[in-house]
Each structure stands twice: as C-alpha cells, then as structure tokens.
Design a protein around this ligand. Structure first.
Ligand code: PMP
Length: 352
C-alpha cells in the first residue's frame, strides 16, 4: 500500500506552453491584445472584498451568460476554467472501474489526464488523415460502458472543425445514456457557417453538454473562468461534484466586465481572423499540408522535425508548442508577432 495512487507515477503531467522572458509567446492560444477594457478596474474593485468568500452560485455571472447566450441560468455552471469543468463532468459520470470516456486523438492534452485521474478507461479513436475527428468511427466505438465522449470543435491542436451534417449524425447516433461533451473553447474564431454553434444547435438535447471558456477570445486565461451549458439534471450533478467557490470573486468580476466588452471582443476576433487568413498561404509555402483552421492557431504536421523546428523558432525569439514526433501548434498573434514567427519559420524550414 502506498500513500498515493500507484498509477499516478506513470501519468504524464499537463505541460503548459512555455513563457520565456523577452520572447514572443505563440504557445498557448491566448489572444495577444491584453485584458479587455474595464477588466483590470473590475478586478481592482472586487479585490477590496477579497477577505469574503465569493458568491458560491455565481448568480450575476450566470445571469449575464444566460442573457448573452439565450439559455436558462439554471443550466449554466461556471468553474475554474473549462478544463476544471471537464474534470467535474468525468467525476459526475464515471463511478466504477471500466467506465469509459472516449476522445479523438490527437486532441486537447488535458483529456487523457482527466480520464486517468477519474479512474476511467480511455477509448481513443485516431484522427483521420486530415487531422480531424473520425466521427463515424467514434459513434461505432461507443459501448454500454461509455459514460462520456469528448468532442473538441475546433480541435486543439489541429485546428480542424466538424461540419453540421457530420455532427448532427454523430449526436443522433450516440445513445442517450452517454454524455456528449462538445468543447467549444475556440468557438468565437469560427467563421465557416457550416461549422455549427453547439449552444444553438445541440444544447437542448438531453445528453449534450457544451463547454466554453473565457480564456481565449475573452482574454481571461489568467482569471480562470469557464462555463458549461447542460440540461438541469446534469448541471445539478456537476454542482454537486464542483469544488466549492471555484470561481473566485476576482474571476467573477473579471468575467462580468469582459462580457460587457463584447464589441471589443468582436473587433479583436476580426483581427485574429484577418491574420489567420494572411498566415495560411505563407505557412503552406513552408509546410504544404497545414490544415485549414477555424481557431486562433495552426497545426504544422512536421512529424519527426517538430521538436527541432520548435527549438529553432525559440532560438529566434518565438515560442511555439511542439508535440514530439507529431506536429507544432502555433498561435496567431499580432501582425508583428506573426511576421517574426514567419521569419523564424522560413529560416528553420526552407520552402518546400
Ligand atoms: N478546451 C480546449 C480545447 C482548450 O484548448 C483549452 C485550453 N488550452 C481548454 C479547454 C481549457 O481552457 P480553460 O482555460 O478554460 O481551462
């Protein structure tokens, strides 16, 4: 008998994008334009009450989210980032050894960790050759023990997106006893009308949960605020397993201020999308098979060259995220940051 679970020794830790002083960070899919107007002031004002516990039920924040997204506030749960909410969903669905959680691979690095920590069995379905989820294979792999399926749309780190018809067919095919979690961390950057908004299209299904975050387009990665929309029974179950007070007073204030600055979010998203459009052809000159991206990052499927490419960019002052043996993910930054990245990439990789 050991003090802690034996299986944790073999579990890889979550690796964040590196922040190196004096470099350009394009490694964590953040938006580069600083906190939204009003956010710093709201956090400062809320700090005077930081000796008191936060509002446990995050009522004002859920009301603001409900108004923005047109859902009942009782169906919303907020948490310490959407990654924590994904963990809570695993806790709320899996109880016995052998309970399964399915995800496509490669996808968000936190999924395998969440599954292992929940003591669940991972069902990993390989991505298609175009780097997107293989939804027919995923639907076919669901078993009576599959408690939850994680769908990442757009997918981190490959940037690929699922279209309406294929996602409709998948949601129809999964039995109602399996929870389908659609993680839309990058939804705000989607411009293709064929990529469905899961909140609008699927959130009324009994077994669908939509995950969103304020870390990306809303600029609050450091404040840690995510939310989910689920049917009331599922939302109540998540509240039961939630760590109490996990959305801090400062986080709630920051999120409310961010939501009040939605016009500025739209402006910033448009800048990111314009840069995304500019970068893609330039990147494809270096790496022809870069997939289309509906997110704020690109996937460079460099295989065995990934680590060396990441190191070469870093030497030139640009930090990207390499996934050994597989690819490199690069976040869309400001125009100047993207130019610096392109210069670094051109030096590291002569045009194909
Ligand atoms: N889902 C996906 C697909 C992500 O890429 C991320 C962040 N990298 C998250 C969830 C977690 O976001 P949060 O900061 O809200 O925990």
């Amino acid at each position: 008998m050991t003090l802690v679970r034996d299986d944790l020794a073999a579990l890889p830790s979550y690796v964040p994008g590196r922040s190196l002083p004096g470099t350009i960070k394009l490694a964590s899919n953040e938006v580069p334009y600083g906190p939204l107007p009003g956010v710093v002031e709201a956090i400062t004002a809320a700090a005077s009450n930081s000796h008191r516990y936060p509002d446990l039920g995050t009522v004002a924040l859920r009301d603001a989210l409900a108004a923005r997204y047109g859902v009942d506030p009782g169906r919303i749960v907020t948490g310490c980032g959407s990654v924590a909410l994904a963990e809570h969903l695993a806790k709320a669905t899996c109880v016995e050894r052998g309970d399964e959680i399915m995800y496509s691979w490669r996808s968000f690095e936190a999924y395998p960790i969440i599954v292992a920590v929940a003591g669940a069995t991972a069902l990993r379905v390989p991505n298609l050759a175009d780097h997107g989820h293989d939804l027919p294979a995923m639907a076919a792999a669901v078993t009576p023990r599959t408690r939850m399926v994680l769908i990442c749309n757009p997918n981190n780190p490959t940037g690929t997106s699922l279209r309406r018809a294929e996602l409709d067919a998948f949601v129809d095919a999964v039995p109602e006893t399996t929870l389908v979690v659609i993680d839309e961390a990058y939804r705000e950057f989607v411009t293709d009308p064929e990529v469905p908004d899961a909140l609008e299209r699927y959130a009324d299904r009994p077994n669908v949960v939509v995950l969103r975050t304020l870390s990306k387009a809303w600029g609050l990665a450091g404040a840690r605020v995510g939310f989910l929309v689920a049917q009331p029974g599922v939302a109540d179950a998540v509240r039961k397993v939630l760590t109490p007070f996990s959305t801090s007073t400062l986080a709630q204030a920051a999120a409310l201020a961010a939501l009040a600055a939605a016009d500025e979010v739209d402006r910033r998203v448009a800048l990111v999308v314009a840069e995304r459009d500019r970068l893609l052809p330039a990147l494809r000159k270096l790496v022809p098979d870069v997939p289309d991206s509906q997110s704020n990052f690109f996937w460079l499927p460099l295989g065995d060259r990934s680590v060396a490419f990441g190191a070469a960019c870093e030497e030139r002052g640009v930090v990207v995220r390499s996934f050994p043996g597989d690819g490199v993910r690069v976040t869309v930054g400001t125009p100047a940051e993207n130019d610096a990245f392109l210069r670094a990439a051109e030096t590291a990789l002569p045009p194909a």
